[in-house]
Write a protein that binds this ligand. Structure first.
Ligand code: GDP
Ligand code: GDP
Length: 436
């Protein structure tokens, strides 16, 4: 499952520029949270109503010309493993260079769909320059100017054809909550899964994913019945340990897309760091549910740092999206691991919560009446009614006369009211203003 595009190519061909074009760059990862800059490696985009994820595998070595061949190999391998479609970007103004050949060689051996993108074709004079890229033997070459956007539409029209069209899962399993365990290397994911599934008898079936070699386990115990998504990070344990954290983050994209709820683990002794936040951001942007586990709690000196203090700081680091369950666990001593599972199931419930239009309006319109959106440039915004959209994750449309005049702060105000009134703990809530 999943609609994942990976961008590969040597430095300076225009990967980041293309990334920004495909994702709404204003929503990209640029926010500073408590001094932590988030990487610009993952974003969401949409084409003709089809949402997708984009990963820029080159984000890590950005700006460096002398990238090692080994490095680029690793990036391309990740793209082959994680993506549905790979955009192989080359520079029409320089023509083919050695590193391009290296990338093309790896891609030729894979079975993944690859589009060769000849970038920097900014004007008609440059159109002929991309012809030599046919020699890669990777099929059609698409001209692009990532700088001015021309060619983007043709590329996306092609790309969406290679997304998974159907859910490969059987009917029974399709309705079960899909729970994934995600986090950086060494936070305790394998230990947690072992602790949860340790007892053989709890495992009902192993179902091999049809799209790739993932093993999803159906788990039935203590009144729970769900699918545990084996994460790429765990399957490729040997590989991952030699990877830097950056790559392990890229490797969690598909796992997150495959899930309904993510058990997101951090290491209590380290606190939340940059790569943790990047993963957290991916979960949120994918509109998946989340339970935060502060694992290895057994290692923390309880008299110097209490759970209450720890939680307060953590919520601050996770802001603004921090209406999420936080649980202090130890995969080692099995402390609170069932609580973690219980919460994941609660979050699954919250994510499927549907509120009738009449109830929503009864509850929200009086609040809106007494706290209307601020007037802007002398214009008054009138919100007429509210409706929950028929999406998988909670989303609400507020119909009004002047949607463009509503500030983000008012959006947050409405989201907070919704969160107070209904239990949306652990799930992102989307709010749209539509013209009526
Ligand atoms: P990356 O290293 O592959 O991510 O490349 P960047 O996106 O950072 O782009 C490298 C350079 O090429 C920057 O100076 C961009 O402004 C420039 N660039 C990117 N796309 C285009 C394009 O379509 N046309 C032209 N003329 N320049 C571009
Ligand atoms: P993964 O890379 O996220 O799958 O992490 P692992 O499950 O392999 O754990 C990494 C290391 O942390 C191993 O040495 C584990 O034994 C240890 N570990 C995992 N969870 C805990 C915990 O809750 N407490 C302590 N003290 N150690 C843990």
């Amino acid at each position: 499952m999943g609609n994942i595009i990976a961008i590969v190519g040597r430095p300076n061909v225009g990967k980041s520029t293309l990334f920004n074009r495909l994702t709404e760059s204003s929503h990209a990862i640029v926010k500073e949270v408590s001094g932590v800059t988030r990487d610009r490696i993952y974003g969401r985009g949409e084409w003709n109503g089809i949402p997708f994820s984009v990963i820029d595998t080159g984000g890590y070595v950005k700006g460096s010309e002398d990238i090692f061949e080994g490095e680029i190999r690793k990036q391309v391998e990740i793209a082959i493993e994680e993506a549905n479609v790979i955009l192989f970007v080359v520079d029409a103004t320089t023509g083919i260079v050695d590193l391009d050949e290296t990338v093309a060689g790896i891609l030729r051996k894979s079975k993944k769909k690859v589009l060769v993108i000849a970038n920097k074709v900014d004007n008609n004079d440059r159109v002929g320059m991309s012809a030599e890229f046919w020699s890669f033997g990777l099929g059609e070459v698409f001209d692009l100017s990532a700088a001015n956007g021309s060619g983007t539409g043709e590329i996306l029209d092609e790309v969406v054809q290679y997304f998974d069209k159907e859910d490969p899962r059987g009917e029974e399993e399709a309705n079960l909550p899909r729970i994934a365990v995600v986090g950086k290397p060494n936070v305790g994911k394998s230990s947690m899964i072992n602790a949860l599934t340790g007892e053989e008898r709890n495992i009902v079936t192993n179902i091999s994913g049809t799209t790739r070699d993932s093993i999803d386990t159906r788990y039935k115990a203590f009144g729970f019945d769900f699918m545990l998504i084996d994460t790429a990070g765990i399957r490729k344990k040997a590989k991952v340990t030699e990877d830097i954290e950056y790559y392990s983050v890229l490797r969690s994209v598909r796992t997150i897309e495959d899930s309904d709820v993510c058990i997101f683990m951090i290491d209590a002794t380290e606190g939340i760091q940059k790569q943790d936040l990047t993963i957290y951001y991916m979960i949120e942007k994918n509109h998946k549910g989340v339970v935060v586990l502060v694992n290895k709690w057994d290692l923390v000196e309880k008299d110097t740092m209490t759970a209450v203090e720890y939680e307060k700081k953590l919520r601050n680091d996770l802001a603004p999206y921090n209406d999420v369950p936080i649980i202090f666990t130890s995969a080692l001593t099995k402390q609170r691991i069932h609580k973690a599972l219980e919460k994941a199931m609660d979050v699954f419930e919250n994510r499927t919560r549907k509120i009738s239009t009449s109830e929503l309006n009864d509850v929200l319109l009086p609040i809106i009446d007494s706290n209307p959106p601020p007037s802007l440039k002398g214009k008054y915004v009138k919100i007429k009614y509210v409706q929950q959209l028929p999406t998988h994750a909670p989303a609400f449309a507020f119909f009004c006369n002047l949607p463009q005049y509503i500030p983000d702060s008012y959006k947050r105000f409405l989201e907070n009211r919704l969160r107070e009134m209904y239990n949306f703990e652990g799930v992102p809530v989307r709010i749209y203003f539509r013209k009526k």
